[in-house]
Design a protein around this ligand. Sequence first.
Ligand code: G4P
Length: 524
Amino acid sequence: MSLQLETNKRRTFAIISHPDAGKTTVTEKLLLYGGAIQMAGAVKSRKTDRSATSDWMKMEQERGISVASSVMQFPYKDVMINLLDTPGHEDFSEDTYRTLTAVDSALMVIDVAKGVEDRTIKLMEVCRLRDTPILTFINKLDREGKEPIELLDEVEEVLKINCAPMTWPIGMGKRFKGIYHLYNDTVRLFESADGLNASEGELIHGLDNPELDEKLGSLAEELRDEIELVRGASHEFELDAFLKGKMTPVFFGSAVNNFGLQELLDGFAKYAPAPEGREASTRFVKSDEEKLTGFIFKIQANMDPKHRDRVAFMRIVSGKYEKGMSLKHVRIGKDVKIAKAITFLANKRDQAELAYPGDIIGLHNHGTIKIGDTFTQGEDLKFTGIPNFAPELFRRAQLKDPMKMKALQKGLTQLSEEGATQLFRPIINNDLILGAVGILQFEVVAQRLKDEYNVTCLFEPVNVSTARWVIGDKTEIDKFLAKVKENVAYDAAGELVYIAPTRVNLTLIEERWPELQFVATREH
Ligand code: G4P
């Protein structure tokens, strides 16, 4: 099949939500529709990733599973869906942010009782950086929650995006009777379903259908009035506004009952964008270009601890991947033969024979591939927009055995390549300062240093509260370095970073050096 046809079939997305809203459950049910039933259990077992370090470690030991389910590919009707999983625990949010740079759309799951929560707001901000189109699923309608109209107002107000209801709930909690599809003019009656059954629920066509009065009694008339009101008071769905990230189509349902998800998935297949292309340093690369290009958005280390093997996840931007092809690793300027890439067809983790724009392939990596790297068939270009966020927590690595300094440096450097932690070396001393976005990261790194590098190290508090990459022209930077030695460090990539002891100190420095920029995100 032609590249264009295959590309147009691709829908690559991730789910954004606050923990407990139902991301795991939705994922599991979506996989059912894709016929990838075996995977459903695997997704569930990963829930441990947000409970405790020990659970997280256990999950890491079962990394085979977690790698396989970090990307799930499954067919649905005419489309091929790539669902990119994001870690549930907020200490791993950097990973989530970067995964969001590799998708073409996102699904926002909201708990009907809780409304818009913190994590959702944060993740939405990240989506906004690229105007990613967002679909919304309001979950848990089988429980009491906020009034749907109020919820839509809340989403519009807090997230600054227009809502276009696609389906509308009929009651909620114990009185939940089903949903009405505003565009297909059909009612689906609620039926609860357990486990792996894909519940269908009876369909009634037409809001005026007398059958509705038979089934719903006086609720039918109420529904008619309510829908008239909703149509008058809410936005009509506009594809263009959705594609620009300005409007979100909203679906209601109950994931655990597998209800309302079919409508969502149909809407997703119909409206979510196929891969279009991506901005690179020199030009825009279109997805229908024949030559393969792609970028690395995630690295997962030590699939096999003995070999220190890592998998680098590459999102294909253009062209077709064929097994055994040679690709140029642009940053190091070398051609590499990709013999054994991994694909993620949900019910089997296979070696990739073919992959298309929008698809993710896993490359075996022995330390040469970094997050943000671009691969091409010869052209020197670099995809942009894969962010590195300034960490919010800092610790100094303290070595137990001073003879292990080399191993410690190596371990910290390699683990930082995964992107979850960042290593800073102050210019005035030999400290190794690790920055992370979540406290759990330090425990994970300490444990992994022990397991994988045979180094025992503690992380002790250090007087750093925030970090900013310093950008400016060379003379200004030189002046800065001559004056301000303290609190200046290099990151693992050799970039200059100001590690401020306090926010106030940072503000003062910013005021004192107006010609320099102090930025909180750096592109890889
Ligand atoms: P997450 O990945 O976003 O953190 O959420 P997850 O799917 O794990 O769901 C969080 C909890 O909400 C789970 O209950 C799940 O069963 C429940 N849930 C998900 N969808 C619905 C729904 O439509 N209706 C209702 N009533 N509950 C829903 P739990 O008790 O934490 O876990 P479990 O014991 O059920 O697995």
